[in-house]
Ligand binder design. Structure first.
Ligand SMILES: NC(=O)c1ccc[n+]([C@@H]2O[C@H](COP(=O)([O-])OP(=O)(O)OC[C@H]3O[C@@H](n4cnc5c(N)ncnc54)[C@H](OP(=O)(O)O)[C@@H]3O)[C@@H](O)[C@H]2O)c1
Length: 253
């Protein structure tokens, strides 16, 4: 079976750089039209311009995914521009606090849960409602993390939100499966992006990670996007409620 996204419209949050930008570009190569969201318009506009220059179709829109009204406006704009949405990739996340759980302050806690959990659910619900209204099938991908599967020393609040995303993925798969909406999660390990730079650009920490990784390297965004293309495509038509790890084997033992 050919894996493609021909005639699909996909919204990707956090699409101005890193994993989200790579997923967007891979989706376009697979035939999709894309709607790119991030807080800063110029960031998503730059990725959209590259996609258009290569012959693809992309709409760029500023959207803070911690604000449910902005998410609803994003989904409405996508439908207005392309007539429909088939795929959502919840990818924009935040991790403002690094330290022991004893030290976390509520504003950082709230921000992490608002963007990483409430924002993912608000976007999933808005897209699912659109799909149900259209009577169309669809796919939702939630970018979680291997930290959603294990202890998150010094990143405990972030890890809790990523575990919540895996739980949400399972429940939404159960509730929306009868409507033909598949919901899956991707759990990346260490991927070289701005988000992980404090760890992956520290030589000592990088060596520790690489030594523990069977494939012997830090990942790059394109180590994640192939999985996203597959899960968004009809090739994954019997796959839902699952979490797929892309970590070079880091967490296998
Ligand atoms: N990198 C890793 O090692 C790693 C490992 C496991 C999981 N992940 C997950 O992978 C996903 C992408 O991370 P990444 O490494 O690609 O990060 P990144 O390179 O820092 O990119 C983050 C993207 O999200 C956007 N963003 C941040 N906060 C936002 C908000 N409140 N509303 C809308 N957009 C927002 C950013 O643009 P603006 O700044 O313009 O908003 C940017 O486009 C996240 O869910 C992260 O938890 C990453």
């Amino acid at each position: 079976m050919k894996i493609d996204l021909q005639d699909k419209v996909a919204i990707i949050t956090g699409a101005s750089r890193g994993i989200g930008a790579d997923i967007a570009e891979s989706f376009v190569q697979a035939g999709a039209k894309v709607v790119l969201a991030a807080r800063k318009q110029e960031g998503v506009e730059a990725v959209a311009a590259q996609i258009r220059a290569a012959g693809g179709e992309a709409l760029a829109m500023a959207c803070h995914t911690g604000d449910t009204a902005q998410i609803e406006a994003l989904v409405a704009a996508a439908v207005e521009r392309f007539g429909k949405v088939d795929v959502l990739v919840n990818n924009a996340a935040t991790n403002p606090y690094f330290g022991p759980m004893m030290g976390v302050e509520w504003p950082a806690w709230d921000k992490t849960f608002d963007v990483n959990v409430k924002g993912y659910f608000a976007a999933a619900r808005a897209v699912a409602q659109h799909l149900i209204d259209r009577g169309a099938p669809g796919a939702i991908l939630n970018v979680s993390s291997v930290l959603g599967l294990r202890a998150g020393r010094f990143q405990g609040v972030y890890a809790m939100t990523k575990a919540a995303v895996i739980s949400m993925t399972k429940t939404l798969a159960v509730e929306w499966g009868p409507s033909g909406i598949r919901v899956n999660a991707i759990a990346p390990g260490f991927i070289d992006t701005k988000f992980s730079a404090a760890l992956t650009h520290n030589d000592g920490i990088k060596k520790m990670i690489v030594d523990k990784t069977p494939l012997g390297r830090i990942g790059s965004p394109d180590d994640v996007s192939g999985l996203a293309v597959y899960l968004a495509s009809d090739a994954a038509k019997f796959v839902t409620g699952a979490t797929f790890v892309a970590d070079g084997g880091l967490t296998v033992e």
